[in-house]
Ligand binder design. Structure first.
Ligand SMILES: [Mg+2]
Length: 266
């Protein structure tokens, strides 16, 4: 059962208090920034940025952002030094000046570019469609597309991508009103967290991960395995692996702030 975080707060707070180090990983869209109608509108609320800065400044805390956006984009959106950043669901990572790009992602980049231009061409007539080329993955956002057109979008998408998918050259995943094409690699947010932890030499740390979408479930699973704390942003759901939930990004940040400032009242 997923527990509403404020109702189980004592348990979480006491674990954070007794841990020698706390490592917090956070998704961006829908977790720190409310889901917006277009990706450009999903800016980081200043109050949440302030909480992230406070957390990262604490000696025994580390903060990492793990997003489906590109590494360059997520770094620019957060704009804080001293954090780890993982883009493209962890296929590209930057932590303490060290970088990582998954080799399969590098190899897939030219095919992804080709699929992107084909999709731009095929989906050109669809009102409200937004395509993103993130170098190591690509996204088709249909949040603003008329309901009656969504079927057509999915059919055109399949026409372009299906052959490469069948040949095992790419993977297709779905999120909230978005379809993504990714390199054919067994790599996800959970693996990215594992990579980052080995970099932090994080034995005996308490690891927290918060996310809101299907692709975050891999992160929840991994964090649960290492006895960490998994938090889903959104309504309570029987389908999630997360141990806790909050309703909104602002609520998540108020509680995270309490980890460094126990007196602050949400
Ligand atoms: Mg998200």
């Amino acid at each position: 059962m997923t527990c509403y975080l404020p109702d189980c707060w004592e348990e979480v707070a006491s674990r954070a208090k007794t841990a020698s180090r706390v490592i917090i990983f956070l998704d961006y869209d829908g977790t720190l920034s409310p889901v917006a109608s277009t990706p450009e509108l999903a800016l980081l609320p200043p109050k949440i940025g302030e909480v992230l800065r406070k957390l990262a400044l604490r000696n025994n805390f580390e903060v990492g952002i793990i997003s489906g956006r590109s590494l360059a984009e997520i770094k620019a959106l957060i704009g804080l030094e001293g954090l780890a950043y993982a883009g493209n669901h962890g296929l590209e990572i930057e932590c303490r000046k060290e970088g990582f790009v998954h080799p399969t992602a590098t190899k897939a980049a030219s095919l992804l570019k080709e699929l992107y231009s084909q999709l731009v061409e095929r989906l050109a007539g669809i009102n409200g469609i937004i395509l993103e080329n993130k170098q190591f993955s690509l996204s088709v956002h249909y949040r603003l597309v008329a309901k009656s057109e969504v079927k057509k979008v999915k059919a055109l998408f399949r026409e372009v991508v299906e052959a490469s998918k069948k040949q095992g050259k790419v993977r297709v995943t779905e999120g909230k009103k978005v379809i993504e094409v990714r390199p054919p690699v067994d790599w996800d947010k959970g693996k990215a967290i594992e990579w980052l932890l080995s970099h932090y030499r994080a034995e005996n740390s308490l690891v927290i991960f918060a996310g809101d979408d299907v692709t975050d479930e891999d992160g929840f699973k991994f964090v649960n395995q290492i006895n960490g704390i998994s938090i889903r942003v959104g309504e309570a759901s029987a389908l999630t692996c997360a141990d806790y939930y909050v309703h909104f990004p602002e609520e998540l940040c108020l509680w995270l702030e309490k980890l460094v400032e126990p007196g602050s009242a949400p």
